[in-house]
Ligand binder design. Structure first.
Ligand code: AHG
Ligand code: MN
Ligand code: MN
Length: 335
């Protein structure tokens, strides 16, 4: 049987679901950039790509060399093709303007160029997360594209995905009709469809959270996690297993493979930060993927995809994965 590459899958989407050609091109270009990032990540110490830059990003986090390289790879791959009106990245202060010498297009690309950077130097899976939005009508305005163009709720995403750089490099993609998984065949140089219809099991006995923050959590999360830990003799009457990779892509990938619940709750360490994860670059694309795979995603009180963003680098609490557990922890917030 012939293999279905990402390119062939996208062409079929154009034929069967009227996916616009420029959106198809956009996804192809992002996938090409992810191949380049995968290659850079795999070189490690051989190409001196590990370690820090000695700089901080807009969020006050130390930038790794690969954070900056991955960001540049994505910008350079996407700026010239005429499919984008602008880009925004976790690693950049402001919206990225398409240089005047290039044509502009209908879409906005938003990304976390390298997710899980604390894992790079220890050779644990990292990834790239991306989200595609339509650029709102600018009423003929030709000046710089402002941040407001990007501030659309997650329900407006036309596509979202992530690449995971692990034992295999994979690309997971949704365009609003299910979730497909492609594995990079390094000999062919192509992403090949290997996971046709990814579904998150509704129930689970596995959760992911950074337990070291327990003392900072709010009451509903304290209650919920203590019930998980109580196991069979507690109110939930089953034993739970725990995993925490500290790369959201890797934790979410596990949940898409065998179920589970991922949590990064609000905590009281820094009142200006309602959670750690970023709505635009992490929570929205992952929530779109998880919902398309039959799971659920909330911030404890509200569906993540319904949140109206107020700033580009906004952070949110995140509970996502198997429906039953997301609903349970969300209900505890409402009691
Ligand atoms: P990034 O490397 O893009 O800054 O993201 C790291 C995020 C996410 O991938 C992960 O789930 C979480 O931070 C881990 O946080 P802790 O180190 O606090 O566990
Ligand atoms: Mn991240
Ligand atoms: Mn990152």
């Amino acid at each position: 049987m012939s293999r279905v590459t990402l390119s062939r899958y996208l062409i079929e989407q154009t034929r069967c679901h009227n996916t616009p050609a420029d959106l198809r091109f956009l996804i192809e270009v992002v996938a090409r950039a992810c191949k380049a990032i995968s290659h850079a990540v795999s070189k490690g110490a051989l190409d001196d790509v590990l370690g820090s830059m000695g700089t901080e990003n807009v969020q006050g986090e130390v930038q790794k060399k690969l954070d900056v390289m991955s960001n540049e790879i994505l910008l350079e791959a996407n700026e010239w093709g005429g499919h984008l009106a602008g880009m925004a990245s976790e690693e950049m202060d402001k919206a990225y303007q398409i240089p005047g010498r290039y044509p502009k297009g209908a879409y906005l690309l938003v990304f976390d160029p390298l997710d899980g950077s604390s894992n790079i130097d220890v050779n644990v899976s990292v990834g790239t997360i991306f989200s595609v939005l339509r650029c709102p009508d600018r009423n003929g305005a030709t000046g710089d594209l402002g941040e407001e163009a990007f501030l659309q709720p997650g329900t407006e995403q036309v596509a979202a995905g992530y690449a995971i750089y692990g034992p295999q490099t994979m690309l997971l993609l949704t365009m609003g009709n299910g979730v497909k998984g492609f594995t990079l065949d390094r000999e062919l140089g192509s992403f090949v469809l290997t996971h046709d219809d990814i579904k998150v099991p509704e129930t689970t006995q596995e959760f992911a959270v950074n337990m070291s923050n327990q003392r900072h959590w709010e009451a509903p999360v304290q209650r919920y996690v203590s019930e998980l830990l109580a196991g069979e003799s507690g109110p939930l009457e089953k034993n739970y297993n725990m995993r925490w990779i500290a790369s959201m892509v890797a934790d979410v990938h596990r949940i898409l493979t065998r179920g589970g619940l991922f949590m990064y709750p609000r905590d009281d360490r820094d009142p200006s930060m309602p959670g750690k994860l970023r709505l635009m670059y992490e929570a929205n694309p992952m929530s779109f993927i998880i919902e398309q795979a039959g799971g659920a995603a909330t911030n404890g009180t509200q569906r993540i995809l319904d949140i109206q963003p107020t700033s580009l680098h906004q952070r949110v609490p995140v509970f996502l994965g198997s429906k039953e557990e997301v609903e349970r922890v969300t209900a505890y917030h409402q009691e």
